[in-house]
Design a protein around this ligand. Structure first.
Ligand SMILES: Cc1cc2nc3c(=O)[nH]c(=O)nc-3n(C[C@H](O)[C@H](O)[C@H](O)COP(=O)(O)OP(=O)(O)OC[C@H]3O[C@@H](n4cnc5c(N)ncnc54)[C@H](O)[C@@H]3O)c2cc1C
Length: 409
């Protein structure tokens, strides 16, 4: 009797592969499992680490409740902005500014998904995502990692060429090497701490959204301070610039800020987070159907602010709706008009045409928070856009707008 050769590895075929189980991958998984039409599809979720940690805090504004309302740790109905002698507190109604801990979100989605036999998990670093059967009518995706591979009818990937919660990895990314290199690229980089004071000190009703009275490092820099209760807060030193700092530089500013503002109090550090979020309209991939980039890779981040959580929800919900209808999938979340404003604002910041502190001070000085939030959520009307634009100097923003149009043309 002859011995057969070892059976060659045949990559199993899934309906969907979700490559990257972070903010976008797990949001998509959640909406798929929530869909009466798609919840039984065979889904493979793959991430280099499925042992999730509390690596980020998500904040966002919205009207009313949302999908993950039970995870909201704190909400604020007022924000404050500070720049030199300017100081303003603004009620956010009808919006609330909300905070979710990353780990609560990961646990919530993964715990529910792990009960589903049609969801399969692989912990491995993906090395390649390619289209298989390109010449056949029924296209497939081939996903490879060290020691394994899998196929799917469709794949959704959020794997960037750098890690947003690893400053060293982000620093190594060379945005000038990309195909869309003519578009401005800034990092929104920060280090944050959750601190607890020994006695009550904060007004927990007001989120200090931007305090520009910190070293600007030749860029746009501010302190972001979110009181969770009277004694505890998340405080982050945040910059919009092309150069990521050494960790010690964020720490220095955080230490100075806390001792300046709270000289008679002592605090303990309960948690720390770091981040480098790309603020750009550059693309990070050239995947096409049946491979779809989502999350930061799928340009869900708003280029002028770095906010992404709500846009990721919008993107993933919309993908699921399109899958349900059997429609061609479009992952765009930012409309043309608001993309244009983002490009103009980014142009001004990138080319140092006006200081970020001055821009945001003027916007918040002359508008109510709800109008600004709508503008930054891409939901403002043309009339509201005009109100925001009237807060800003035409001599700076008109040439920026023309430069953006010229670049496109
Ligand atoms: C610290 C931090 C705080 C943030 N705070 C806010 C906020 O307050 N509000 C807001 O709107 N946005 C915020 N953002 C921006 C944005 O919402 C998040 O970055 C969001 O997590 C983006 O989701 P994503 O799925 O695109 O990326 P990620 O959540 O980073 O997910 C990518 C996943 O891919 C995995 N992966 C990477 N490489 C591989 C590989 N080769 N093989 C397998 N798996 C891989 C990673 O392990 C990760 O799980 C923050 C970002 C950071 C980093």
């Amino acid at each position: 009797m002859s011995h057969a050769n070892a059976t060659p590895h045949v990559a199993p075929l899934y309906d969907y592969i979700i490559a990257g189980a972070g903010g976008a991958g797990l949001s998509l998984l959640h909406y798929l499992l929530d869909s009466p039409i798609l919840s039984n599809k065979q889904i493979l979720v793959i991430d280099q680490s499925l042992n999730k940690t509390n690596d980020r805090t998500w904040c966002f504004w919205e009207i009313g409740d949302h999908e993950f309302e039970s995870l909201v740790q704190h909400r604020w109905d007022a924000i404050s902005i500070h720049a030199e002698s300017f100081s303003k507190e603004l009620p956010t109604s009808p919006f609330s500014y909300k905070m979710i801990q990353g780990i609560d979100f990961y646990n919530y989605v993964m715990t529910a998904a792990k009960l589903k036999p049609n969801v399969h998990w692989v912990e491995a670093a993906i090395t390649n995502i390619t289209e298989a059967n390109a010449d056949q009518p029924q296209k497939e995706v081939l996903l490879e990692w060290d020691g394994g591979s899998a196929k799917a009818k469709l794949a959704f990937t959020s794997i960037l060429p750098f890690q947003m919660n690893n400053l060293a990895s982000a620093s190594k990314y060379d945005s000038r090497n990309q195909s869309s290199t003519h578009l401005p690229f800034l990092w929104q980089h920060f280090k944050g701490r959750t601190i607890a004071f020994d006695k009550p000190v904060f007004d927990q009703k007001v989120a200090r959204l931007m305090d520009f009275n910190v070293p600007q490092h030749g860029a746009t820099a501010f302190m972001y301070l979110l009181p969770i209760n009277e004694m505890q807060a998340l405080v982050e030193y945040t910059l919009f610039s092309d150069q990521i700092l050494e960790i010690s530089e964020y720490d220095k500013v955080l230490n100075e800020y806390l001792s300046k503002h709270y000289p008679d109090f002592t605090y303990t550090i309960q948690h720390e987070e770091i981040g480098a979020i790309p603020m750009t309209q550059q693309t990070f991939s050239n995947f096409k159907a049946p491979i779809y980039p989502i999350g930061a890779l799928g340009l869900a981040i708003k280029a002028s602010t770095g906010y992404a959580f709500k846009f990721i929800q919008q993107q993933c919900k919309s993908i699921v709706a399109q899958l349900e209808q059997g429609a061609a999938i479009n992952t765009n979340v930012h409309n043309t008009r608001h993309r244009f404003y983002d490009a103009a604002l980014l142009h001004v910041l990138f080319y140092h045409k006006m200081e970020g502190a001055e821009i945001f001070k003027r916007i918040f000085a002359k508008n109510n928070a709800a109008t600004v939030f709508k503008f930054l959520s891409n939901t403002s009307t043309l009339w509201e856009d005009i109100q925001i634009m009237r807060s800003l100097p035409t001599r700076i923003f008109l040439p920026a707008a023309i430069a953006v149009l010229w670049r496109r043309g």
